[in-house]
Design a protein. Structure first.
Length: 92
């Protein structure tokens, strides 16, 4: 799912991401992935879209993290910053 507001974009990851490790290694699956190959492809598409558009990724399963700003690094992805849940807390 995609949200756009005031020139910004955010992507809701839902069940695509269960661990921050999956950002650096989208091919890593969890026991919740019924079709590991398709889950990895979906993660890769989400991360590529977020990095290419500068969209925040809102993972549902990362404990107390907020939204991730994703960037491309070599052949993969990394978190370049976290946007806190509270609008009063700046991105780290």
């Amino acid at each position: 799912m995609d949200l756009r507001s005031r020139g910004e974009a955010a992507l809701f990851a839902g069940d695509l991401l269960h661990s921050p490790l999956q950002i650096a290694h989208p091919d890593v699956t969890s026991c919740f992935c019924e079709d590991p190959a398709r889950a990895a492809e979906s993660r890769l598409r989400l991360l590529a879209d977020a990095a290419d558009r500068g969209a925040l990724v809102l993972p549902a399963h990362f404990h107390h993290r907020g939204a991730a700003r994703i960037t491309r690094t070599g052949g993969g992805f990394t978190v370049s910053g976290w946007a806190a849940h509270s609008p009063q807390q700046p991105m780290r």
